[in-house]
Design a protein around this ligand. Structure first.
Ligand code: C5P
Length: 259
């Protein structure tokens, strides 16, 4: 039996820099893996199966774990998914599960990055994790120095479909280049304006994180998760007491996918 942790991510920054001929958008983003994670268990079996402890997660052929397993030719493995990363929150849970499946069942293959991108724009990042600058659809990756932070995640019940969020983007940003991402001052998210217009309560959560002492707060991906970074775990835990009206998770940044 093999047990693999599949970390969630946040985006410290996310600029949408253009639309591509293939329908996807060009991004400039800074990804960060965090300690909140799903777990995958792999056991030998006579066929390929997937089970999940969360009945809301589809375990049919649309699930990225099964698609990843098939893409690397796995056929004799029973996979169990213990789901802890909320779906539809911009935290990349499904993409991380897929990347962990590729690393586990496709170990040694030279084409994992390519297969990863065929499964989703965020999947290549999760093959290595950590802190990374990304362009293209998110697959042209350069590692950045690690950022240590205690995080408080606010997880509103409202969910945002990534496709809908992209459809609401009306103007594109100029890319800043990797050297601009050395400090929190340049961390912004182009999805905030259109998504906050749709769900104003998300803007209020961001402000409340700053009011509670966050050194930085912003939306992850296309939302709806709002993340806050704090100078210490103690400061984060003090802030957490002010969010009793909404689901929260505490997390730490991690340097790679090893938990
Ligand atoms: O790649 P992924 O399946 O995660 O993307 C979900 C949707 O988000 C795509 O169908 C596309 O509409 C949009 N997308 C985009 N540009 C990106 C990533 C995603 O337009 N770089």
């Amino acid at each position: 039996m093999t047990r693999v942790a599949c970390p969630a991510k946040i985006n410290w920054s996310l600029r949408i820099t253009g639309k591509r001929p293939d329908g996807f958008h060009e991004l400039e983003t800074v990804f960060q893996t965090i300690s909140l994670h799903d777990t995958l268990l792999f056991r030998d079996s006579d066929r390929l199966t997937l089970t999940c402890d969360d009945p809301a997660i589809p375990i049919d052929e649309t699930n990225l774990v099964l698609r990843a397993a098939r893409a690397v030719g796995a056929s004799n493995v029973a996979i169990e998914l213990q789901k802890r990363i909320p779906a539809g929150g911009g935290l990349g849970g499904g993409s991380s599960d897929a990347a962990a499946t590729l690393r586990t069942l496709g170990a040694g293959r030279g084409d994992l990055a390519e297969i990863a991108l065929s499964l989703g724009s965020d999947v290549p990042f999760f093959l290595a994790g950590g802190t990374a600058y990304a362009t293209g659809r998110g697959e042209i990756l350069t590692p950045l120095p690690p950022i240590d932070a205690a995080l408080l995640l606010v997880l509103p019940e409202e969910r945002v479909l990534t496709k809908d969020a992209f459809a609401r983007v009306t103007r594109y940003s100029r890319p800043l280049g990797i050297d601009a991402y050395r400090d929190f001052a340049s961390f912004t998210n182009d999805f905030e304006e259109p998504v906050f217009a749709m769900l104003p309560q998300l803007r209020a959560y961001k402000q409340r994180l700053y009011d509670a002492g966050a050194t930085w707060a912003g939306m992850s991906g296309s939302g709806s998760t709002i993340a806050g970074a704090f100078a210490s775990a103690a400061a984060r835990d003090d802030a957490a007491a002010r969010f009793e009206d909404v689901r929260i998770e505490r997390a730490e940044t991690i340097h790679n996918h090893g938990l």
